[in-house]
Every structure is written in C-alpha cells, then in structure tokens.
Design a protein around this ligand. Structure first.
Ligand code: AKG
Length: 297
C-alpha cells in the first residue's frame, strides 16, 4: 500500500486536467484559503451546537458539552443517543459560509479545464462527520456512477438516452480536519475510472458495493488519499473509492461535492445550481447571500 504524494502547486490547470484524465484524480495541495475552511468549520460548529441544545431541551442530555472542541463535541453529544447521529449533512448546507467552498474560483478554474465553460454544482453535496468506529459512516468500495445508474437518487424524465457513464462529472472532496489512514481517509484505485461501470451489490445502510470479482484483482493498487484541511482532491465519478473506518478518537469531518457539465441532465429529480456559464451568466449563483437564499433542488 502506498500513500499519495502528488503535489500539484507547480502545475497549470491543463496539466492538472491531464493528471485527472490519466489517473482518475488529482490532488490540489493547499488550494482552499484558510478563512474558507474556518468558515465551514464555524458553520458546522453552529449546527452541532443547535443539536446539543435540542437534545438538552428534549431531556435526552443534561449538558451541552460546550467545552468540547469541534473534533469531538458531536461524539459526546450523541453518545447517549446513537440513533440521533446524523451520518450526512446535506440540505442544511445552504449556509453562506459554504459558498467559498462550492463556488471556489481556483477549484472552478481546474474544473473548467476539464468540463468546459458550462458548470453546474451537482445536486449531491454533503458534509460527513465520520465518528470513531461507527460502521454506518464507513462507505464501501463503489463508483458514484453506479448509484446514478441504479436510479438510487431518483431520475429525470427528460434525460432521454443519457446513461450514467456518459455524465461529464468532477467529484471534489476536502477534509475539515487532517484525514489520514488512522481516521478513515478515502482510498482510490488509480486508473479504475477507465473500466466502465462494474457490477455492484446492495449492502447495509443503502450502500452499493463493487462485487468481490470486480474488486479483488485491483485491490493491490489501492492508495490512501491522505489530505489536510485546505487540500482538495478532484476525482472521476467512475473512480473505485472507499471511505475507510475511523480508528481514531476524534471525528473525521469532511465535505464532498460534485460538478457537472451543465448542458447535460443531472439524471436526478434535482437540477443543481449553476456555477459558471457563458450561455446563461445571469443564472449563475452570484455570492454567499444568493447561495443562502437557495435550497437543495
Ligand atoms: O468520505 C468518505 O469517506 C467517502 C466519500 C465518498 O464515497 C464520496 O464522496 O463519494
């Protein structure tokens, strides 16, 4: 098992796009401004605080765990009521602080080199608080395109003949705390994005998992995608990837989101939000206030 060492700061956007196309992913080291990472962490701290108050008001907890840091507070808050644990935060993410991440100009410049000028934020953006040793937060080996192909997230009646493996997409993933092997970073199998959509089977918690026959011969090539806050990895929606177990004592907070060629259907009920457009510039999400006025749709 090797660990990624790709450092991309010296490469231009075309070089980065080439690396993405060759390997199925590219790591952008320290690409996101510290203030944006801090803003996201603050918004999530507010969300945890709200949950803490709710559980005290309901009489479930008798303390707010207010002195606990971001890295551990949610663990304490749900320790007596694991069924109140939230594995994915999604519809809430229309906080102004998320704009700088999802509509980040430096990230969009690389995405534009891959997808062209019409770019949509795909209606699949999520913050994952991966709690220590909680099986429900481990994501088995899968390709995102397999979920789309299965109609797992609904469908678009106007998608016509478009197939999931024809979607032109770029996935993004960035940690809000250091994400390493010990606390459940992702693993990728480089170049697996060239294999088409391989068979998956249904697993617990509504996950799909690549079948052992398709996975076993390639597992020896898996690499840990170890990242720090401020780093972002862009990867193909056809990439074989896994979210490993968190064996540390603190939460592995991370955010994943996706961009798509906006001339295509999302193949979902939701239409997403325009991030860049030369065809329809007025429809682009303008700023943090605009983002906060919109919803998961
Ligand atoms: O965050 C993780 O551990 C897994 C994320 C994932 O599978 C994804 O972003 O598609």
């Amino acid at each position: 098992m090797t660990t990624t060492t790709t450092v991309s700061t010296a490469l231009n956007n075309q070089d980065l796009a080439k690396q993405f196309n060759d390997q199925g992913y590219v790591i952008l080291k320290q690409w996101i401004d510290t203030k944006i990472v801090e803003g996201t962490r603050n918004a999530l701290s507010g969300w945890v605080d709200q949950l803490a108050h709710q559980l005290v008001n309901e009489g479930v907890n008798d303390t707010l765990y207010a002195d606990e840091p971001f890295e551990t507070r949610l663990v304490r808050v749900v320790s007596g009521c694991p069924h109140r644990m939230v594995r994915e935060i999604r519809k809430e993410l229309h906080w102004p602080q998320m704009f700088g991440l999802f509509f980040n100009a430096k990230i969009l410049d690389v995405v534009e080199a891959l997808l062209g000028p019409e770019i949509r934020l795909y209606p699949n953006y999520t913050v994952r608080p991966k709690l220590p040793e909680m099986a429900i937060t481990q994501v088995p080996w899968h390709q995102d395109a397999a979920f789309t192909a299965s109609g797992h997230h609904g469908s678009d009646p106007n998608a016509g003949d478009l197939k999931a493996d024809q979607l032109r997409m770029v996935n993004a993933w960035s940690p809000l705390v250091p994400a390493y092997k010990i606390n459940g970073c992702m693993q990728f199998i480089p170049k697996s994005h060239k294999l088409g959509i391989v068979p998956h089977e249904k697993k617990a918690f509504e996950y799909l998992e690549i079948t052992p026959e398709a996975l076993a011969p390639r597992l020896k090539d898996a690499i840990n995608i170890e990242l720090d806050p401020g780093d972002v990895v862009l990867f193909s929606n056809m990439m074989f990837h896994v979210g490993q177990p968190n064996l540390a004592k603190s939460i592995r907070w991370s955010c994943d989101w996706r961009y798509q060629d906006a001339t295509q259907s999302t193949m979902r009920t939701e239409k997403g939000h325009l991030a860049r457009s030369t065809r329809d510039p007025k429809a682009v999400v303008r700023n943090a206030t605009h983002w906060a006025s919109l919803s998961f749709a």
